[in-house]
Ligand binder design. Structure first.
Ligand code: NAD
Length: 283
């Protein structure tokens, strides 16, 4: 993997949730390449460990840990292990997040007649538990790890938290009201936390990835045979650069925001990495 530039994260302990996944495993490797000791946390410990092993095999320092971002005790257990294996946390990347089909409408627009059609999951059929799952995973799943790991950071001269927002935070996408609302909450929480921690050495920022083809959105973007769905066409039409992002294109902003020399006076911002999507009105 290539990183766009090197920053000095020597001796920094970086904790990353959702690091069994596509985007965060990439961020894990990038910070490891800059000298950090990386703790990869995921509910799916096999995925976290496999990603950590792949990074360690390249000569960097990385370890996988089981942690559910929605369970305080699970985070406490992981935290204790990290303290003993790597040291106290300097940087936290809150990467765990995602959507759920139960919180997704079948159609983009409600039409008269949908109410009588039991084959269509309309707004009125959205499942409360599904909506709560999405809100909790994205928002509570950022709040609890921050409560756990920011305890290490409050006494440090330089520390940093990076949250993952989304394009949905600016303008909600059709079909996914819960994910849109939850990511909006993440952008808002990033600002709140930045202000709250401004008397400490902790800076709090976010990135808002545009459209990246990963596991999470595979079903929305591609048909089972691999051909693009109509939604994919609309996304590309609304992205001035007319393409999906490559996961590696997130890394420049990530390294910039995490590095104190590069962004020491920046806190409370959310950088869109979106090929122009959030800037484009469509005409
Ligand atoms: P991914 O599905 O590849 O990875 C998410 C990881 O989170 C998985 O490994 C999963 O096991 C883990 N996870 C889920 N629930 C968890 C829990 N309760 N506790 C601990 N770990 C849990 O997703 P990704 O595409 O790499 O996305 C990473 C982040 O970026 C997410 O917050 C996502 O919402 C956000 N995001 C992604 C895109 C995109 O295009 N992929 C765009 C905008 C924002």
């Amino acid at each position: 993997m290539k990183i766009p530039f090197q920053v000095n994260l020597e001796n920094k302990v970086v904790v990353i949730t959702g690091a069994g996944g596509v985007l965060c495993s990439m961020m894990a490797e990038a910070v490891a390449m800059c000298g950090a000791k990386v703790a990869l946390l995921d509910r799916n410990v096999q995925a976290a460990q496999a990603n950590a092993d792949a990074i360690a095999a390249k000569g960097y320092i990385a370890k996988g840990y089981e942690a559910n971002v929605l369970e305080k005790e699970s985070l406490e257990v992981a935290h204790k292990a990290i303290l003993s294996d790597l040291g106290s946390c300097d940087i936290l990347i809150n990467g765990a997040g995602g959507n759920n089909p139960k919180a997704t409408t079948d159609k983009e627009y409600f039409e008269i007649g949908d109410l009588e059609n039991s084959d269509i999951k309309s707004f009125f059929d959205l499942d409360q538990a599904g909506v709560e799952f999405v809100f909790n995973l994205n928002f509570i799943g950022t709040l609890l790890p921050t409560q756990e790991f920011a305890k290490d950071m409050v006494l440090k001269k330089h520390a940093s938290i990076l949250n993952i927002s989304s394009m949905n935070a600016y303008t909600p996408l059709t079909k996914i009201p819960a994910y849109s609302g939850a990511k909006s909450a993440i952008s808002n929480f990033t600002q709140w936390l930045a202000v709250h921690f401004s008397k400490t050495g902790i800076r709090v920022n976010a990135i808002a990835p545009g459209f990246f083809a990963t596991k999470q959105n595979q079903a929305l973007l591609f048909n089972e045979d691999g051909t693009p769905t109509p939604r994919t066409g609309k996304i590309l039409e609304a992205t001035p650069m007319r393409r999906f992002g490559e996961a590696e294109e997130l890394l420049g902003s990530v390294l910039f925001l995490l590095n104190d020399e590069a962004s020491s006076f920046i806190t409370g911002v959310c950088i869109p990495i979106d090929g122009g999507f959030s800037a484009y009105a469509g005409v």
